[in-house]
Design a protein around this ligand. Structure first.
Ligand code: ATP
Ligand code: MG
Length: 423
């Protein structure tokens, strides 16, 4: 067979899947501490949701979406991100009628047709949060702080927090005009994509990764100098709240993010040893999104974190996650009667909450014990005719080599004693 997984996708196999589970469990705990609850939206949505929500003139909508027509002729898109869906769901389920704010987290695969490289895939996993229904700058700071605390829980260090304010539609309009004039005057120095963006969406130029554009931006006008009083005030308060919880940050005036729906706060958390794809999580406030997709005005703020990049950072920083690998007991057996006994005992052990395993390939005792090693069994016993007759067997501690004779009817109790000793 030479059918392979599609380019830009990954199989997640054990033991790495255990590491992912560990990270996801820590994330769930942190989300619970901050009172964020899980939301699960469909993996595909009607294409309009992303076209209108993310914005027509964005990389995602222009070139990265997995869009197809279903059998009824509707245009469907695999979600490239989850914020638009969460806001759609909030509107559709009329959650705005409930007390606010409502705080959600999500975790799942996203799809973007990008050029696969380190830290960039076509199916990738994001976990993220969205706080809807409050305009309080304290929530902007909470969102950033939650993400940082999650990374701290996992033992990460050396992260950089970049923040900016991209204003509201009112003050941004003025800035966009000035920016456009500046960029027009240097049009020849822009990459061809940005020359196109110049008329349709000049703000996108700030997000361009092309070197020539980046150089030009050093002397470009900065949005921070054009913020209206309300936007300035919001940004000041976000910074104050971040300071209160001792988050160090760098104000990065060219940070705009690649999605159109952001307003006010925008942020990116980076680990600079990751290479070109160094942003672990990013987000901001998106007060315009709900209206953009046809609903009422609902303020919101959130982030999305790339799990593959997080796992890369964990590896890069040499952090070994305390995953529980291995099984408690392997029961090897010789002969059909002993196999049946082993099969019964292994089930009782599993019922009692132990990780237990037997052989399913009629192997010799020697290779059964090799299997036990491969499964990282903490204890093994071997059942043969003798053991069945006597009703006892020797249990071996695989780490110390210690052996003890135990009564088979007491197997579960003995394992419970050993588990206590371990804990
Ligand atoms: P980038 O600048 O890296 O393209 P982005 O601005 O497109 O990121 P968002 O849409 O805000 O990123 O997504 C949030 C996070 O999701 C990113 O910071 C990153 O960790 C992760 N991410 C985004 N695109 C991909 C991808 N194609 N593969 C893996 N992770 C991704
Ligand atoms: Mg991108």
């Amino acid at each position: 067979m030479n059918i392979m997984a599609p380019r830009g996708t990954n199989d997640l196999l054990p033991p790495l899947s255990l590491h992912w589970q560990y990270v996801e469990n820590i994330a769930r705990q942190v989300f619970a501490n901050y009172n964020y609850q899980e939301i699960r939206t469909p993996i595909f949505e009607y294409t309009e949701l992303f076209q209108r929500g993310i914005g027509e003139v964005t990389d995602i909508v222009e070139k990265e979406m997995y869009t197809f027509t279903d059998k009824s002729g509707r245009s469907i898109t695999l979600r490239p991100e989850n914020t638009a869906s969460v806001v759609r769901s909030f509107l559709e389920n009329k959650i705005y009628g409930q007390p606010q704010p409502n705080k959600y987290f999500y975790l799942g695969p996203m799809f973007r047709y990008e050029r696969p490289q380190a830290g960039r895939f076509r199916q990738f996993y994001q976990l993220g949060i969205e706080a809807l229904g409050s305009n309080d700058p304290a929530i902007d700071a909470e969102v950033i702080n939650l993400g940082l605390n999650l990374l701290k829980e996992l033992g990460l260090t050396g992260l950089e927090v970049y923040i900016n304010s991209i204003g509201c539609p009112d003050c941004r309009a003025e800035y966009i005009k000035v920016l456009q004039e500046y960029l027009m005057s240097r049009k020849g120095e822009l990459c061809s994509d940005c020359q196109n963006r110049l008329n349709k969406n000049p703000l996108r130029v700030l997000d361009c990764k092309d070197k020539s554009c980046a150089g030009l931006l050093q002397t470009a006008p900065k949005i921070i100098d054009y913020l209206c009083i309300d936007c300035q005030d919001h940004f000041e308060k976000v910074k104050e709240y971040l300071t209160v919880v001792k988050v160090d940050f760098i104000v990065e005036p060219m940070l705009v993010r690649g999605l159109d729906y952001y307003t006010h706060t925008a942020f990116e958390i980076k680990y600079n040893k990751l290479g070109a794809q160094d942003t672990i999580f990013a987000g901001g406030r998106y007060n315009g999104l709900a209206e953009e997709i046809g609903g009422r005005s609902i303020p919101g703020v959130g982030f999305a974190l790339g799990l593959e990049r997080l796992m890369l950072t964990i590896a890069e920083q040499g952090i070994s996650l305390p995953v529980e690998e291995g099984i408690d007991l392997f029961i090897a057996s010789i002969g059909e009667d002993a196999k049946k006994a082993a099969f019964t005992y292994v089930h009782s052990l599993r019922d009692a909450g132990f990780r237990a395993e037997i052989d399913y390939l009629a192997r010799s005792v020697k290779s059964q014990l090799k299997t036990a090693d491969r499964f990282k069994a903490r204890f093994t016993i071997v059942l043969g005719e003798d053991e069945l007759k006597k009703g006892t067997a020797r249990i071996k501690n695989m780490e110390t080599g210690e052996q003890a004779e135990i009564c088979l009817t007491e197997l579960v109790e003995k394992m419970a004693e050993k588990a206590e000793k371990r804990g």
